[in-house]
Design a protein around this ligand. Structure first.
Ligand code: FAD
Ligand code: NAD
Length: 478
């Protein structure tokens, strides 16, 4: 009898398993994918086909594009760099192996039992595991469902993983497509679009919505769109793809905008229109859980399902599909199982889009605050006035701090620019401690760092920024 059985070994499941064992719970983690040695393939989407491989390719392709286009800005003359895609892909694969085997090692060190097979939840005390036609039932006191998500497919563009691929297929192209189309200008479309554009593809993105990055700060969304277009991503909004036909020559994509119908011939098409929860065949008839209308497992803020002692965390439940949100939910649940008081401040989950420059934010944006009727003030600071950004030649973008008009408490931080992901993390820490904009402005930041843009933006909230030329102490119109 286990204390806790976890279904899925992604960032929600494997992190929960390790913490559960640390807390003294007898823990098993069931994973249905396996590696070439027939061992459970740990790490889920994130380590195998998500965060890590995409960032490995983003980093490699960025270095290539820098060498190709920007080394000479720094007085470095090199012969035209040559791309070795297969070496780039091997590097990415080695990073995946290093991390996934690292999780196996952590399981061993923490005495987590790793079980290979497909899990079905029979009830809160029994999980059936099937592998190669054989099934066994595992008994437990608690079940944590962490079965994650998979790419959504659309009937107009059926995935064949050859010419029409999802995000998984887009991480393993064996040559750079000359022409590449992407359906969806969301996070994956922009990140993988950036990878392949940097490596030489002519990238066309077709987005259904009229608005670009509607969840981001409006000004940032506008600036990102302009910057990515400058980088060669042909982003088309308000497009409805009516059909995509794969042939030996490539893919013919038919789409309509508000004016007319278009036909686009490309070598590859990536479908990146969102992800859906992995719940097929997961719940036994008598387990007592009914999925919501979108297929997610309904949970409350503590990740409790309606059935006592069955919990669900990560992409399979409501909220943003992010690895760090998934892991924190996993930790919260096992801590609660052991009687600890744990909760998640969902308002403080940071979002990052790893384009270049990066886009990142935490907390509320101006539209959300206006809608909620909260009075606020803002301060912004451009990287063009930041010494370190100038030294690096990375002057695009700005940081914006939003604070409550009366209390000065920081309500949101939004950044577009160099190391925005890391800058935003400082905003998370500040907001976690309930700091005011003035307090953030009084904090010492190392010089010269791009983080000083956050410092100055915080100072600018109360019109105290130092390095802003405008007499009104306001360089950016908000
Ligand atoms: P998953 O990682 O999907 O893991 C679920 C696991 O459960 C899988 O291993 C699956 O095989 C297993 N499983 C499912 N059903 C069963 C069953 N019945 N029995 C046994 N095992 C089962 N997020 C970020 O925060 N930052 C990023 O930069 C980022 N980049 C991404 C890039 C791409 C291309 C993609 C696709 C996603 C990215 N994400 C990123 C999202 C991130 O990968 C997910 O939010 C995260 O992996 C969710 O974790 P999870 O543990 O809930 O699920
Ligand atoms: P997404 O929700 O970010 O974007 C999907 C986009 O596709 C949206 O803009 C949507 O309007 C558009 N779309 C939907 N149907 C369409 C259609 N038929 N035609 C044209 N456009 C259509 O989803 P994604 O980019 O697939 O990413 C999936 C998830 O993975 C996201 O929730 C994200 O959180 C996670 N992820 C995170 C990161 C990160 O944190 N940096 C990176 C990659 C993925």
């Amino acid at each position: 009898m286990y204390d806790v059985v976890i279904v899925g070994s992604g960032p929600a499941g494997y992190v929960a398993a390790i913490r559960a064992s640390q807390l003294g719970l007898k823990t098993a983690c069931i994973e249905k994918s396996f590696d070439i040695n027939g061992k459970p393939l740990l790490g889920g989407t994130c380590l195998n086909v998500g965060c890590i491989p995409s960032k490995a390719l983003l980093d490699s392709s960025y270095k290539y594009a820098e060498a190709l286009n920007h080394f000479s800005d720094h007085g470095i003359e090199v012969n035209k760099p040559k791309l070795d895609l297969s070496k780039m892909m091997n590097r990415k694969n080695n990073i995946i192996t290093q991390l996934t085997s690292g999780v196996s090692g952590l399981f061993e060190a923490n005495k987590v039992t790793s079980i290979l097979g497909e899990a079905k939840i029979l009830d809160s005390t029994q999980v059936e595991v099937s592998f190669e036609g054989k099934a066994e039932v595992i008994n437990t006191k608690h079940v944590i469902i962490a079965s994650g998500s998979s790419p959504i497919d659309i009937p107009t563009a059926p995935i064949d993983q050859e010419n029409i691929v999802d995000s998984t297929g887009a991480l393993v192209f064996d040559s750079v497509p000359k022409k590449l189309a992407i359906i969806g200008a969301g996070v994956i479309g922009l990140e993988l679009g950036s990878v392949w554009a940097r490596l030489g593809s002519k990238v066309t993105i077709l987005e259904a919505m009229d608005e670009f990055l509607p969840m981001a700060d409006k000004r940032i969304a506008r600036d990102v769109l302009r910057e990515l277009k400058k980088q060669g991503l042909d982003i088309n909004l308000g497009c409805k793809v009516t059909a995509a036909r794969s042939s030996a020559k490539g893919v013919k994509v038919l789409f309509e905008d508000d004016k007319e119908s278009h036909e686009l011939e490309v070598d590859k098409l990536i479908v990146a229109v969102g992800r859906k929860p992995n719940t097929a065949n997961l719940l036994g008839e008598n387990c007592g859980i009914t999925l919501d209308e979108r297929g997610f497992i309904p949970v409350n803020n503590l990740c409790e399902t309606l059935v006592k002692n069955i919990w669900a965390v990560g992409d399979v439940v409501r909220g943003p599909m992010l690895a760090h949100k998934a892991s924190e939910e996993g930790i919260m649940v096992v801590e609660r199982i052991t009687g600890k008081h744990a909760e998640i401040k969902y308002d403080l989950v940071p979002f990052v889009i790893y384009t270049h420059p990066e886009v990142a934010w935490v907390g509320k944006n101006e539209e959300e605050l206006s809608e909620a009727g909260i009075d606020f003030k803002t301060g912004s600071f451009p990287f063009a006035a930041n010494g370190r950004a100038l030294a690096a030649g990375e002057t695009t973008g700005f940081v914006k701090v939003i604070a409550d008009k009366e209390t000065d408490t920081v309500l949101g931080v939004h950044a577009f620019g160099p190391s925005a992901a890391d800058i935003i993390q400082q905003g998370v820490v500040a907001m976690e401690s309930g700091v005011s904009a003035e307090g953030l402005g009084l904090t010492i930041f190392s010089h010269p760092t791009v983080s000083e843009a956050l410092h100055e933006a915080a100072l600018a909230v109360n019109r105290q920024a130092i390095h802003i030329r405008n007499k009104k102490n306001k360089i950016i119109k908000n």
